[in-house]
Write a protein that binds this ligand. Structure first.
Ligand code: NAP
Length: 547
């Protein structure tokens, strides 16, 4: 693909995705006077909240914190109905933001970017869509989210099945009526654990196929109270600042002592208090739960004991109690009555840890040598996370190098923002940044500001392009892995490690050093004149300017 073959309109920036990253990018770049095109494969804004409409979908970061901070009026005016918001409320918020800042008209919906090639002679990206449009851009930004390529397992005979199939990450827009149906749910990650209690309320019978049990904590979700809302709104500036320098980009109290520094009674008391409060704050019960296996085991065993207390059938409780990996090393799940659901008469749990689902049949599936019949099958089987969506676009940098080829052994980025040999291409919350190990909204805002500030810096300095040095990238990749290797995270077969996708390189993809630490590193890099980034000052090329 070359710019000569019908390169179309020219803009400063092409943005892929109109989720929370793309919306804020568009708003900010417009305000800075840059011309933009935004392409979004969905029919409307919202990204992950547009696609993940399965029953029970909700965010497990508190809404007062899982929201934009960039506009004071917006954060003061918006009202969240619950402490942890349901998907429709978060999608309504995304739509409100799009309307309030007049963003919708700047977005091409139902449009997928299929390729983006860097042209070395012009220093521009040529971006191609599935609607045969070609756009030439100085900057190319992938704002495509970390968990946006849904994964249906390659089960023999999948196409033979004649019932309805659904994936939680690609749910129909119209209500699905499961009334009177026998349904299967395959997968017990965050999505399955949220969907199963709601599906069991509605369907005649639910059979859950579990490959690996997950640790799940109660959300203890409650309607928003005016006192709680006001406590945040009266103090928003201070609290948002605090969030930006925390470990996970949200305010959760960390008990800053090791688990073994207190006696058993005190440990149990702390775990019980945190369990009763609800949410992921449980993992902050002590400061070494994710670095010390013995400490971790005390927290894991407390959760197993809760499951044994909730689930009436002991054999089912044991199957639901995770034992093969430390708590928190697979994404912790937050539920609304998940374990209680197994006390219903219309649900069965099938353990498939001993071998995969053997095959699909026209009426159901075969597992553990037994045939099951279903009217519908729900795949809650996860995503090709962090890299899958980047690889879905044919991205080529200098020397026609494909991103997919460069990253064949795992993602290589500097700060999760850029990759060497891909000048002027940015990723929002890319691999190697805190991303999925943080409150995504906090990390998105930081990346959007970093990227837009970098573009402004180039405009001011008359630079044509920006790209990390190979050395800076190598050092960062090593730092990301070293940081993960000092924790228990590599012990789990998680999607953080790419372990859920057959053939995917096994390495820890997000940066686990903490949101605050990461932000300080970025600030230092900028203060040291963008240390580790090379700027092409070739004045023969068009310097960055609004076009
Ligand atoms: P997931 O965590 O990857 O879980 C997928 C589930 O499907 C796992 O139980 C997995 O088993 C199982 N599975 C995959 N392939 C299978 C196969 N071939 N046969 C049988 N079982 C199979 O995916 P997810 O639940 O969609 O969640 C993904 C991420 O999205 C979460 O970790 C979270 O970051 C985010 N999310 C957040 C929220 C929230 O904010 N509340 C809600 C939903 C999702 P194994 O464990 O054995 O691989």
């Amino acid at each position: 693909m070359s710019e000569q073959d019908g390169a179309a309109s020219k803009v400063d920036v092409v943005i892929v995705g109109a989720g929370f990253s793309g919306l804020y990018l568009l708003h900010r770049l417009r305000g800075l006077g840059f011309s933009t095109r935004v392409f979004e494969r969905g029919g409307d804004v919202g990204g992950t909240w547009y696609w993940n409409r399965y029953p029970g979908a909700r965010c497990d970061v508190e809404s007062m914190q899982y929201s934009y901070s960039f506009d004071e009026d917006l954060q003061q005016e918006w009202h969240w109905p619950e402490k942890f918001s349901a998907q429709p409320d978060i999608l309504a918020y995304a739509n409100h933001v799009a309307d309030r800042f007049d963003l919708r008209g700047g977005i091409d919906f139902d449009t997928e970017v299929s390729a983006a090639h860097f042209n070395e002679s012009t220093g521009r990206w040529l971006v191609e869509t599935n609607k045969d449009e070609r756009v030439s851009a100085r900057f190319f930004i992938m704002a495509t989210g970390c968990i946006s390529t849904a994964q249906v397992p390659d089960i023999e005979g999948l196409s033979d099945y004649r019932g309805n199939t659904y994936h939680t990450g690609n749910w129909p827009h119209e209500k699905v009526d499961f009334g009177g149906q026998r349904i299967a749910v395959i997968g017990t990650g965050s999505s399955g654990i949220q969907a199963i209690p709601v599906l069991a309320e509605e369907a005649a019978h639910v059979t859950v196929f579990q490959r690996t049990p997950n640790y799940s904590l109660p959300s203890q979700n409650v309607p928003m109270t005016s006192e709680y809302e006001e406590s945040w709104k009266n103090d928003y500036q201070v609290r948002r600042d605090e969030m930006r320098y925390t470990a996970h980009g949200s305010i959760k109290e960390l008990n800053d002592e090791p688990a073994m520094a207190v006696n058993e009674d005190r440990r149990q008391q702390v775990y019980q208090e945190r369990w009763d409060i609800g949410g992921a704050g449980y993992l902050g019960s002590f400061n070494n739960l994710l670095t010390d296996a013995d400490a971790n085991e005390t927290a894991a065993e407390f959760v197993r004991e809760q499951i044994r207390g909730i689930v009436k059938k002991p054999e089912v409780a044991e199957l639901l109690a995770a034992k093969t990996y430390p708590i928190g090393t697979k994404r912790i799940c937050i539920d609304c009555g998940y374990f209680e659901t197994y006390n219903r008469d219309n649900i069965d749990l099938v353990d498939i840890s001993g071998g995969p689902i053997e095959r699909m049949t026209p009426t159901g599936l075969v597992a553990n040598g037994k045939e099951y019949e279903f009217d519908s099958i729900v795949f809650a089987t996860g995503f090709d996370a962090m890299t899958g969506t980047l690889f879905n676009v044919d991205i080529r940098g200098r020397g026609d190098q494909a991103l997919k080829e460069k990253w064949y052994a795992g993602p290589r980025t500097y700060l999760g923002l850029m990759s060497e040999a891909f000048p002027n291409m940015f990723m929002i919350t890319g691999p190697g940044s805190p991303s999925v190990k943080s409150n995504m909204l906090t990390s998105i805002e930081q990346h959007v500001v970093f990227v837009t500030d970098s573009i402004v810096h180039m405009r001011e300095q008359g630079f044509a392009s920006m790209e990390p040095s190979r050395e800076a990238e190598d050092d960062w990749v090593e730092h990301v892995q070293d940081t993960a290797n000092r924790t228990l995270f590599p012990r789990a077969n998680s999607w953080y490690m790419g372990a859920n996708i057959p053939g995917k390189p096994r390495l820890f993809m997000p940066y686990i050093g903490g949101v605050g630490r990461y932000r300080k590193i970025c600030e230092e890099i900028v203060a040291e004149d963008y240390k580790g980034f090379n700027f092409d000052a070739d004045k023969a090329r068009t310097p960055v300017a609004a076009e």
